[in-house]
Write a protein that binds this ligand. Structure first.
Ligand code: ZN
Ligand code: ZN
Length: 612
């Protein structure tokens, strides 16, 4: 790219003029919005607009004479390509949570200088940490302004998509019950009010859904819940955009004591809290900007949102719907893979197949299934070297044709009224080499090892991360992303509080019955191929022969139903018990999916679930 014409270079030059005028030495631009969401509405994609980096995670810092983007290993190749000509340096960090950008600012901003960051999009816990580090280095933090507004004339407005109700049978628990649960938790903490900004918490709590961002069925809103809903006054105020909730739904909400208020009024409602009030907020799930608006006399208690814990523990009724969604999703897989293998036959009966064709056909197969609402994230279909980039996305201008020999990695998922899916499979195209098969088998051993683990209830999720890595570590291999993430119920494909990763654990990451988590170890060989095998699992109680002497134990029920390509397995690396697990898994997949597919899809299912 011609560095003189990169639009990002011009934007950064303009931003530097604003920095000079405001006497600011550096601007911190996180990937964040007022709800601390992972997927951001266009209005809050300032990091992408300024840098050209389109990855879903990454932090930008623009100083007077230097600029840097901080991204973890998932994005290194992509960031390097997208930052070309922008004048922004890529800083490779170990994990998305690494504070390398703070070190960088301390190094590049003079003592007595000022760093600006929009407090409206800065998490409270993050801001507190940032402020402590900068203060220690003699640097001021200004959070009271949004410097992007001045230089971003075509900045998108807030999304206006409608809000709709998630209803029975797929929403088996009423919003009244859920609000009552939250109020019980508030009472235990002595809170008179509870402010919720995270959009998945609000959607879950109120049995509402929307489509304000891609892939996550959420809508932009804040919620202020009061402890006492009695005496005819509303027990909760939902702050959301005008016209998003129609009159019928508004009446239903009113009957449950929920009053609609304009989106912009949320901060004023917090400012109105006084000395008789105690506000519960979650420092990881509310912004610094909102915390600063809370009335000075109001007491504040900090704890995890009660809804975050509650929604992570799917009930039996919800788990039953998820199993059903998995059957629909698996059936879609069979139809798609039957088509794909046919299309990749040497004669290429359907012409050229590319990574984009894969995405199109797979999405179409899902769209035909009962209860399907949309994709849960953008499909990753990466052939050979592209499969080595864990967050690769094929585009019309850059994608591979599936031809010759190698491995095709497909990571995809759907949103169904009764659950959210996320699955990765790797398929042989032509012939897989012995080295590819070795990687595939070692990754599969990692997936199986963790899938079969039993553990005491309450074990902190990061503690089981090493179990999936052990078969890889034994051979000197590893992967740069987490092993697994929590998954929502017709909600975000990434949800907390649990995370199977190298994150430093906190008490809220305890594994509890009903949690749904992914298990997705991988091996990536840059420029060659990538392997990842991902299933979703449900925490279920297990009876041990020791009874309850050693406490309550849990195990994982594998929810995902789709064959694993046994042609890629090097059986000499598998133990007998691993072979038995895989054969039993395939028997389950066949039994559950066979009644939902026919013709070529059924034949494919039968062929790909044969025991090894
Ligand atoms: Zn996935
Ligand atoms: Zn996943």
């Amino acid at each position: 790219m011609d560095t003189r014409t990169s639009p990002c270079r011009a934007r950064i030059t303009q931003l530097r003029e604003v920095l000079a005028k405001e006497a600011v030495d550096a601007l911190l631009v996180p990937s964040s919005d007022p709800h601390l969401s992972e997927y951001l509405p266009g209005r809050w994609q300032g990091r992408e607009w300024l840098s050209g980096f389109t990855g879903s995670a990454g932090t930008l810092v623009v100083a007077r004479h230097k600029a840097a983007l901080f991204a973890d290993s998932r994005y290194w190749q992509q960031a390097e390509a997208e930052l070309q000509g922008s004048g922004i340096e890529l800083v490779r960090i170990a994990s998305a949570a690494a504070p390398a950008h703070i070190d960088w600012m301390i190094e590049n901003v003079p003592r007595g200088g000022t760093v600006a960051a929009d407090g409206q999009v800065l998490g409270l816990a993050t801001a507190q940490q940032l402020q402590a580090r900068l203060t220690a280095a003699g640097i001021a933090l200004a959070t009271d302004r949004d410097l992007l507004d001045a230089i971003w004339p075509a900045r998108p407005a807030l999304p206006v998509q409608p809000v709709y109700a998630h209803v029975a049978p797929h929403a088996p628990h009423s919003r009244a019950d859920k609000l009552a649960h939250v109020r019980t938790a508030m009472a235990a903490l002595g809170a008179t009010h509870h402010f919720v900004s995270t959009v998945d918490d609000i959607a879950w709590l109120l049995n509402l859904r929307g489509s304000d961002v891609e892939y996550n069925p959420v809508f932009m809103a804040h919620l202020l819940v009061q402890a006492d809903a009695a005496q005819g006054r509303p027990g909760a105020r939902l702050f959301t955009g005008a016209g998003k909730v129609d009159a019928t739904l508004a009446a239903t909400l009113a009957a449950d004591g929920i009053e609609l208020r304009p989106y912009e009024e949320a901060a004023a409602a917090l400012a109105a809290l006084g000395e008789r009030d105690t506000l519960l907020i979650d420092p990881k799930r509310v912004t610094f900007g909102f915390r600063q608006r809370v009335g000075a006399a109001c007491k504040v208690v900090e704890a995890i949102n009660p809804s975050t814990l509650a929604k992570s523990r799917k009930t039996d009724a919800e788990a039953a719907h998820v199993r059903e969604a998995m059957i629909e999703d698996g059936a879609a897989m069979c139809e798609f893979y039957a088509w794909m293998e046919e299309a990749l036959a040497p004669s290429r009966p359907n012409g050229v197949v590319t990574e984009l064709t894969i995405d199109e056909k797979l999405s179409a197969a899902r769209a035909r299934r009962a209860g399907f609402v949309g994709l849960s994230f953008s499909t990753i279909a990466g052939f050979n070297a592209n499969g080595a980039m864990p967050h690769y996305r094929a585009t019309p201008s850059s994608h591979a044709v599936i031809e010759g020999d190698g491995l095709l990695l497909i990571d995809s998922g759907g949103q169904y009224l009764g659950g959210t899916t996320d699955i990765t499979r790797v398929w042989q195209v032509g012939t897989a080499s012995a080295a590819m098969k070795r990687d595939f088998t070692l990754v599969l051993k990692g997936t199986m090892a963790l899938s079969r683990t039993r553990f005491p209830r309450g074990t902190l999720s990061p503690m089981v991360d090493a179990i999936a890595r052990a078969p890889l570590w034994a051979e000197g291999l590893d992967f740069g992303h987490g092993t697994g993430h929590g998954v929502g119920y017709f909600l975000n494909v990434h949800e907390g509080p649990q995370s199977i990763s190298r994150t430093i654990p906190d008490a809220n990451m305890a594994l509890e019955p009903g949690m749904i988590t992914s298990i997705e170890p991988g091996v990536y060989r840059p420029g060659q191929w990538g392997v990842r095998i991902e299933n979703l699992v449900l925490n279920v109680p297990v009876q041990t022969s020791e009874g309850s002497t050693f406490g309550e134990f849990l195990e994982f029920e594998t929810l995902t139903l789709c064959p694993i390509d046994t042609r890629c397995i090097d059986k000499s690396l598998m133990r007998l018990d691993e072979v038995a697990w895989l054969n039993a898994y395939h028997a389950t997949v066949r039994a559950r999916l066979a009644p939902r597919v026919a013709g070529a899809a059924l034949a494919w299912l039968q062929a790909r679930t044969q025991p090894i």
